[in-house]
Ligand binder design. Structure first.
Ligand SMILES: C[S@@+](CC[C@H](N)C(=O)[O-])C[C@H]1O[C@@H](n2cnc3c(N)ncnc32)[C@H](O)[C@@H]1O
Length: 237
């Protein structure tokens, strides 16, 4: 786990997969530790080869979606409950967040979620072309310092990967409460050229989409008086 390092190591392709951020916080409760030991391996996708997403679930679903960096999994769990015809893949390296989501999955006996407790870029690499109906990137770490901008999840490479795995007209939804990250994203996504911004009026980016479950980070931002922006895109050619 890298912390506050260096541009030199970022230039080394062997270090491309560094994740910047915490992998674990406080010690897990007993039940959480048991779920991590017993349930997590059963819900973890096999990324050793390129797989259709249906291979990662015990049932076949009408569509599949990915949430990148789900934090405590509040949005993912609520969305999986709302849309039981969709299989949701969640990727999050932070173990305590994963443990929270596992508790909900276990308590609700939810079948339509699989979890990769690591870097979402590994999931993107393993998915075939045109395989997802939606990708959610909600409140990604903003990395405000200029020398850390290259750590931002919105990057030319990651947009190319997201575009590849989305099916035609698949949706890419990005939310952030950090104006500079929104500006960065608008510029990068426009430059990519493969996404159509579906906003028609200001409320389309000022207001959450219908049936929006919210996230833990979003609740914190709202409580601190920061207003989120919601960018919704559709995959074009
Ligand atoms: C600011 S938090 C937001 C969490 C959650 N989406 C929310 O809104 O409450 C950003 C999350 O992205 C996760 N993250 C950072 N890099 C990631 C990566 N490469 N793949 C998957 N998750 C990542 C972090 O561990 C962290 O939990």
């Amino acid at each position: 786990m890298a912390s506050d390092q260096d541009s030199a190591s970022d230039k080394n392709p062997l270090n491309r997969r560094l994740i910047y951020g915490r992998r674990q916080g406080h010690r897990l409760h007993k039940k959480q530790a048991r779920l991590v030991a017993d349930l997590l391996p059963m819900l973890s996708p096999d990324l050793t080869a390129r797989h259709a997403p249906q291979d990662w679930f015990s049932e076949t679903y009408k569509a599949y979606a990915l949430e990148i960096g789900f934090g405590g999994g509040e949005h993912l769990a609520a969305r999986a409950k709302l849309d039981s015809d969709c299989g949701f893949i969640g990727s999050e390296p932070f173990l305590n967040g994963v443990a929270k989501l596992l508790t909900v999955i276990s308590d609700e006996n939810r079948q339509n979620i699989c979890i990769y407790q690591d870097d979402a870029r590994d999931v993107l690499d393993a998915l075939p072309d045109n395989s997802l109906a939606a990708v959610y990137l909600l409140y990604p770490d903003p990395w405000p310092k200029t020398r850390h901008h290259k750590r931002r999840f919105v990057s030319d490479d990651n947009l190319t990967a997201i575009h590849r795995v989305l099916r035609p007209e698949g949706r890419f939804l990005l939310a952030s409460d950090i104006a500079a990250y929104i500006d960065w994203s608008l510029i990068h996504i426009k430059r990519h050229g493969g996404f159509l911004w579906s906003a028609c009026q200001a409320d389309d980016w000022r207001m959450p989409p219908a049936d929006w479950p919210g996230t833990r980070y979003e609740a914190k931002a709202l409580a601190a008086g920061r207003r989120p922006t919601y960018l919704q895109y559709v995959k074009s050619a």
